[in-house]
Structure formats: C-alpha cells, structure tokens
Design a protein around this ligand. Structure first.
Ligand SMILES: O=C(O)CCC(=O)C(=O)O
Length: 308
C-alpha cells in the first residue's frame, strides 16, 4: 500500500517540480536557452522532447568551429559516430586514475553500486577532474561537438556494466539534439571475456528514439508508465532492422573511445568475473543547449562550477 502510493507519487510531474523548486543553482543553465528559443518555462518545470515538437529540428553535428588539424577526425566522427584515440593517456596517467579511484573507495566517500558504477568520482578528486578537462582532449571534444563541451558527469566501472544497447540521448537529452558527447577510457587492457564495451558504427544517423517512439509520453500530470526495459526492447528491434554491425571495443590501457550523443552502445556480458574490467566514462553537455532527462521529463541538474 505504502509502496504503491510512493510509486504513484514518483510518477507525478509535480513531485519532481517541487523538488526542483529548491535547485535553482543547478537548473538555471537552461534559462538563457529557453529565452533564446522562446520556450515559456520556469527553471523547475517538467520538460521533454514533446516541448520541442513545433521547433525547427536541428542537430549539433554539422555546426561549430573545427580546430586546426582536426578536420579528418571530425569527418570520420560525423560519418561513423565514434572516434578511437589509441593510447591517448599514458600508463602513469592511468595508474594515477586507478589510484585515485581506490582512494575514494577506501575513504568510504563513494562506492561501486548498481551495474558496477561509481558515480561522480570527479567531485572527489582534482586529479580525475583534470583528466576530464585535459586540454588536448577538450580541443577534440569541442570540435566534434561543435560547441564548448561541459564536463558534467563521470562514471567509473570496476566490472562490466552488461548494460543493454542504448543511445545516451534517452538519458541525457538536449535541444538541439546531439548536444552531448562521451568518452570511455580503458583503465586496463580489456579482453573478450571481460565484458567489453560495444557500439554500432553509423547508428548515430538513425532517428533519436525518445518517449514518443515507445508510447512513454505520459500525460500533463504524469510521467510515462513504460519501464526502461520497454525502451531497451524497442532499441533491440531498431538494431535488428537496421542491418548495422556490432563492434566490440577491444581496448588497451589508455585508449579512449569518443561517442556521439546518438550512437548505440552498451556493455557485453562479462563471462570471466575473476577479472576486473576497469574503465571510466565522462559525459559532456554542449554549453549552448537545453539539457534534460527525457524519461523523467526533468531538466538536468548541473553544478554551476561545471561551467567555470
Ligand atoms: O562501459 C559500459 O559497459 C557501458 C557504458 C555505457 O553504456 C554508458 O556509460 O553510457
């Protein structure tokens, strides 16, 4: 009884809005963009792709400045939706990351939880934050994204996530679409039995599949009732009918994979649990986008310091 009341309450858009009323600092980033595009909303209002239905469809990909020397990389990325940077980080860099993560876990400040994820380690370590803000990397990300890339989230993994194939745009949605970019850093050599990351080159050119595509729009008051499994099932069908080929990222320590906001990717099953599968993901929003979470129809909470 109490549980079903709690579930019903959580599905109410009003519940999130009340919570967000007290989050002005983390939500104000959307306000100038609402004003610029003429979207009549408060900082705490629910938001989803339906709000942009009457707006011109835009994609970030072809806009923005390309830094000198990055033209080929940008063309490859636009065509394929990913880019591999072999041994981008040195062994000492990676040893440093692993040592920082161990320190955070030992201190009890954060731990690996659901799907072997340790969230926001960058908030506990200047060293990790500096890895994400590495100037050489930032130049590449800004050029690929077509805007300044704002690092807003990190996820560390000790074992494979085994997460089903998805596009990050269902979790971190933007207007215009495509205002997100992610990096995945191999923190050790990763073999076939360690649940490598997989991705589908070219899948970023498929439509952005959002709430409307699996009847999860909800109503004026309530969020959609479809579970995340329904989204995963839809994506499984889209992949099957696309004919796209899956690639496993057989990464070496220090390699980086960059992916586009709409690239289908996920984690393979880890058949050998005696081994670890250490990796780090960082997600970056484009500075001049509206950022939100499609499923819960909430504006994205972003620490103001991320924009500095
Ligand atoms: O590393 C993995 O296994 C999957 C990571 C992922 O899908 C993500 O962070 O979006």
């Amino acid at each position: 009884m109490i549980q079903s009341f709690f579930n019903w309450f959580r599905e109410l858009k009003l519940a999130y809005s009340i919570f967000n009323l007290f989050q002005y600092d983390k939500l104000k980033h959307n306000l100038p963009h609402y004003k610029r595009i003429g979207l009549d909303k408060f900082y705490f209002s629910p938001i989803s792709s339906l709000d942009f239905k009457s707006f011109p469809a835009q994609d970030m990909a072809s806009s923005g400045q390309i830094m000198p020397g990055l033209k080929d990389k940008k063309e490859f990325f636009d065509k394929n939706g990913f880019l591999v940077l072999d041994h981008f980080f040195s062994d000492p860099d990676i040893d440093g990351i692993n040592a920082e993560v161990d320190k955070i876990v030992a201190s009890g400040k954060k731990k690996f939880a659901h799907r072997h994820k340790l969230m926001f380690a960058i908030d506990e370590s200047e060293y990790l934050m500096n890895i994400g803000k590495n100037q050489r990397l930032k130049h590449i990300l800004d050029s690929l994204l077509g805007d300044e890339a704002i690092l807003f989230q990190s996820i560390n993994f000790d074992y494979g996530s085994e997460q089903a194939t998805h596009s990050d745009s269902i979790h971190m949605t933007t207007y215009p679409l495509g205002g997100l970019i992610a990096i995945w850093i191999a923190l050790e050599d990763i073999g076939e039995d360690q649940g490598p990351l997989h991705y589908y080159p070219g899948s970023h050119l498929l439509p952005y599949y959002l709430n409307e595509d699996y009847q999860n729009e909800g109503t004026f008051w309530q969020l959609g009732k479809k579970g995340y499994a329904a989204y995963e099932k839809m994506i499984e069908g889209k992949i099957a009918s696309s004919g796209l080929k899956k690639v496993n990222f057989m990464a070496k320590k220090g390699d980086v994979l960059i992916w586009h906001a709409n690239l289908f990717h996920g984690g393979n099953l880890q058949s050998n649990k005696a081994k670890t599968r250490k990796s780090m993901v960082m997600h970056y929003f484009a500075k001049h986008c509206v950022c939100y979470h499609e499923i819960t129809q909430r504006p994205a909470l972003i620490e103001p310091k991320r924009f500095l």
